[in-house]
Every structure is written in C-alpha cells, then in structure tokens.
Design a protein around this ligand. Sequence first.
Ligand code: ADP
Ligand code: MG
Length: 149
Amino acid sequence: MEHHLADEAATVAFGQRLAAALPGGLVAYLHGDLGAGKTTFARAFLKALGVGERVKSPTYSLVEGYDIGSRRAFHLDLYRIADPGELEWLGLDSLAEPGAIVLVEWPERGVGALPPVDLELRFRHEAQGRVVAMEPRSDVGRRLVAALG
Ligand code: ADP
Ligand code: MG
C-alpha cells in the first residue's frame, strides 16, 4: 500500500495518522535514501504519541530514548554503523520489551541486532514530494495498515 506525500506537511500528517492508529507497541523499520523523510516521519509520529521534548535526529547518538507515560519509545539511526556487532555496546535488549515503540532508520545495518519488525516503511523521492510504501510483517503491522485504509 502506497501513499503520496506531496510536501513535508503530508509526511507529518502521515506520521500523526499512524500514531493515532497505534494500539500498543510497534517495531517499524524506516527505509529510504538520505533526505527521503524518515526522520521527518519519526519526529511527527513520536510527537503525536506524546513525546514532549524535542525529537533529535539520532544521527550521531545512534539511539534516542523517550518515555511516553508508562511506555518506552526508541528512535535509531544506524547510518553510521558498518557492522551490526558495533551495536552490542548500546544495550539494545530493551528494544525487545513488550509494548516498546521502536523506529529504526537504516535497519539493514543492524541485521541480527534488532527486534523483529511489524511494519516496514519505504520512503522515496518522487518529483517534488515523496512516496511511502507500507509493508506489514506481523498482525500488529497488518492491523495498522488496514486502519490507515
Ligand atoms: P531522512 O531522515 O530520510 O534522511 P529527513 O526527514 O531528515 O530525511 O529530511 C527530509 C527532508 O525532506 C527535510 O528537509 C523535509 O523537510 C523534507 N521533506 C519531508 N517530507 C517531504 C515531502 N513529502 N515532500 C517534500 N519534502 C519533504
Ligand atoms: Mg534521518
């Protein structure tokens, strides 16, 4: 299922809609080239879930964690990772907590060190805007995609 995102506001609105449809935990892998809109989406999604602080791009920190009430959210950007073994020291075990919300940019660089994915989002450039393709990988992912229509 694909959505055309005509401008940045559309990417933000898409993140907000997905957040509104999220019942509990989620592991989402965010694919796409540099500038495709992964961080824009993640920021809108996390803010809509109730993250009050600034959502920084985890380009340098690799992972940022947030408390959303009693839930934990994690936003990863593995662009700078050359080998998934480099992730061991980050203590990513908490990513697999039930109910955790996990967004991963450049997930292919963390193969084997990441929890199983519910929803893959593929962002790509198209003319002035972007397109996002949603690929569910679990019941949670399928329900989300169905809720978005
Ligand atoms: P990534 O994390 O994939 O590298 P970013 O979200 O950091 O990408 O940057 C995407 C850039 O494209 C930002 O400047 C943002 O304002 C812009 N952008 C996001 N969504 C769209 C869209 N649908 N159409 C046009 N520009 C967009
Ligand atoms: Mg990014």
